[in-house]
Design a protein around this ligand. Structure first.
Ligand SMILES: NC(=O)c1ccc[n+]([C@@H]2O[C@H](COP(=O)([O-])OP(=O)(O)OC[C@H]3O[C@@H](n4cnc5c(N)ncnc54)[C@H](O)[C@@H]3O)[C@@H](O)[C@H]2O)c1
Ligand SMILES: N[C@@H](CCC=O)C(=O)O
Length: 563
């Protein structure tokens, strides 16, 4: 159907602008962070959530591809999205895109581009503001349930993700886009008028999203689309349920057909087809460092693209908590527990390495162990009050079990708490604390992406030396925290660790960036540091054009100095 449209006889008529603004608009003034529900007693919230959880557990949904607004399911290879808390439960079956589907999606993105790009920002923004309102009202409990069931989150982790952060991304991106459009030349010479245009990129954007945050998936397709780009979105195989629901919400919010095309599928095959098209203009990726590096290599190996592709990637982390002897003990212990074990350590920002001064290390670890022992790994969709659920899939479970097995054999490592795992029902790994005597040990450098916290004890007198060691071992550069009541120590660490963390926290845990408050991202092996939740990220998806209009006509080619 789309192919025939594309090859109709071209009509060189000046297409009457369908959209013209007769007003200069601004983003709604009330844009602020979405309030987070505490789920600590309001029975109506909890009963609505439980109703949604029941609905989605037994819905056995069929998830189609969505290309040019058309749902495609029939005759496609189907895969299961299972519940990681109860892996015998299939949450949905989803269609896998074929090569032909991907090419259809490219045609749809190409065909819908002109109209979407020609819409004024306020028209495009309205779709995302509407979506944010649908997310935080009509579909709030559905999205929570889908994220809890499909990605193994407890209700609080789901609430800060698929409700708070997702709505914040959509709303604050609108605010940032209007502010960006307002950035105009600061001068025009006499008889000249200079303007700046923020064109969308000339081709289509490829969005590739991770399993662990529904919000990140929304931002990966949403930020480019808001600016007039059209997108092919490949979701993670272990986030299908929530991601499909989000796509449905976007359609209800008025997203025109073809602007975002939902194409789950074999990531290698989907990518290969996309990168073979010259109109590929940008990769918007979040995921592991290895995958991102492979994608970059593949993109750089090709020279057929019409424009230099923009590559925006947020990847792995090995985030530190550095504790100074002056730190407030209980606050630091509890912050470390949250940073390391909330969402089972499956945050790119999770605290996975800890540096303790000798003078407080025993008391610190004792208090940490006492609190960790209160944590039960369980199905947090059944026990709404649960703290810790499963890891996302068997591959992750086996990787973590292997690491724990290695720790038991390594003379430089000692498991001081946890070390247990069981995948008979769900992929459950206990919160595990490991001590190392080697400040350069690989357990202090390698990302496990699970509930494993490794710590090293340093002599109190060697605070500066440990800062140097942390800097030296920071192949990643995502997040990090200093806990200290000593201002000079904070200043020293902040300076010495300037490039060890793109998000640097003082007396707070290494997770939990909030859109509009701490834009998120890091450099080194953690990504391109384009800072999700900021105007700088949006700038990566526009192709700026400078316009100079001259009102004065010349009457001679000579310049004043010519004779
Ligand atoms: N820096 C950040 O903001 C951030 C946020 C979330 C997750 N992460 C990182 O992501 C990882 C966890 O997420 P994950 O397990 O979903 O990551 P992943 O790299 O396994 O998958 C991410 C996406 O890449 C796709 N993919 C996998 N192999 C591919 C290939 N060869 N070609 C094209 N696409 C491919 C997957 O299908 C998925 O959609 C961790 O390393 C974590 O640190 C980083
Ligand atoms: N932005 C989130 C982490 C996202 C990666 O997984 C945080 O700051 O905790």
């Amino acid at each position: 159907m789309i192919l025939s449209k594309l090859f109709q006889k071209p009509q060189c008529v000046i297409q009457k602008s369908l959209y013209s603004t007769i007003g200069s608009f601004q983003a709604p003034l009330h844009i602020s962070n979405e309030p987070i529900k505490p789920f600590n007693g309001d029975s109506s919230d909890i009963s609505k959530l439980q109703e949604a959880l029941t609905k989605y557990q037994f819905k056995s949904l069929e998830v189609p591809l969505i290309i040019n607004g058309q749902k495609i399911y029939k005759d496609r290879v189907l895969k299961n999205h299972i519940n990681p808390s109860n892996h015998s439960q299939i949450l949905c079956k989803y269609a896998q895109a074929t090569k032909e589907d991907v090419n259809e999606a490219i045609l749809a993105a190409t065909a819908s581009k002109a109209k979407w790009a020609k819409m004024s920002l306020d028209e495009r923004a309205a779709v995302f503001l509407k979506a944010a309102d649908l997310i935080t009202t009509k579909y709030r409990y559905d999205l929570l349930a889908a994220t809890m069931l499909g990605q193994g989150k407890n209700v609080y982790q789901a609430e800060i993700d698929c409700i708070g952060e997702l709505a914040d991304f959509f709303r604050f991106n609108v605010k940032y886009a209007f502010e960006m459009y307002k950035q105009q030349p600061v001068a025009s010479s006499p008889g000249v008028w200079n303007r700046t245009e923020y064109r969308p990129l000339e081709g289509f954007v490829y969005a590739v999203s991770p399993f662990n945050f529904t919000a990140i998936a929304g931002n990966l397709f949403g930020a480019p689309a808001l600016l007039g780009n059209t997108v092919l979105w490949k979701p993670s195989a272990t986030a299908i349920l929530s991601n499909y629901l989000l796509m449905e919400i976007m359609i209800e919010a008025g997203l025109p057909n073809g602007v975002v095309n939902f194409i789950p599928g074999n990531p290698v095959e989907v990518t290969e087809t996309i990168l073979s098209n010259k109109n590929f203009a940008a990769l918007h990726f979040t995921g592991s460092t290895k995958v991102f590096k492979d994608l970059c290599k593949e993109i750089y190996s090709k020279d057929h693209f019409r424009e230099y592709p923009r590559i925006v990637g947020e990847t792995g982390g090995k985030n530190f908590h550095l504790v100074h002897p002056s730190a407030s003990l209980e606050h630091t212990v509890l912050s470390t527990l949250r940073g390391a074990f909330e969402y089972q350590g499956q945050k790119c920002s999770a605290t996975s390495r800890l540096y303790l001064p000798e003078s407080i290390s025993s008391e610190f670890i004792q208090l940490l162990k006492e609190n960790v022992k209160k944590i039960k790994t369980e199905n947090c969709s059944i026990n709404i009050k649960g703290f810790m659920g499963p890891v996302i899939h068997e591959q992750s479970f086996d990787k973590l079990a292997k690491a724990i097995g290695e720790a038991k054999e390594d003379s430089e490592l000692e498991i001081v708490s946890g070390g247990y795992f069981n995948k008979s029902n769900g992929f459950f790994v206990e919160p595990t604390i490991i001590k190392t005597t080697n400040p350069h040990h690989k357990f202090l450098q390698q990302e496990f992406f699970g509930p494993i916290l490794t710590y090293y004890v340093y002599p109190d007198s060697e605070f500066e030396a440990i800062c140097n060691i942390i800097e030296q071992n920071s192949t990643y550069g995502l997040t990090g925290s200093i806990f200290s009541q000593d201002r000079e120590a904070v200043i020293f660490a902040s300076d010495k660790l300037k490039y060890s963390a793109g998000n640097f926290y003082i007396n707070d845990k290494s997770t939990g960036a909030v859109v509009g408050q701490q834009s998120f991202g890091g450099s080194r092996q953690s990504g391109t540091c384009d800072k999700a939740g900021s105007a700088s990220l949006l700038s990566r998806f526009v192709s700026v054009r400078s316009i100079k209009e001259n009102f004065v006509e010349i009457t001679d080619f000579k310049y004043p100095h010519n004779d």
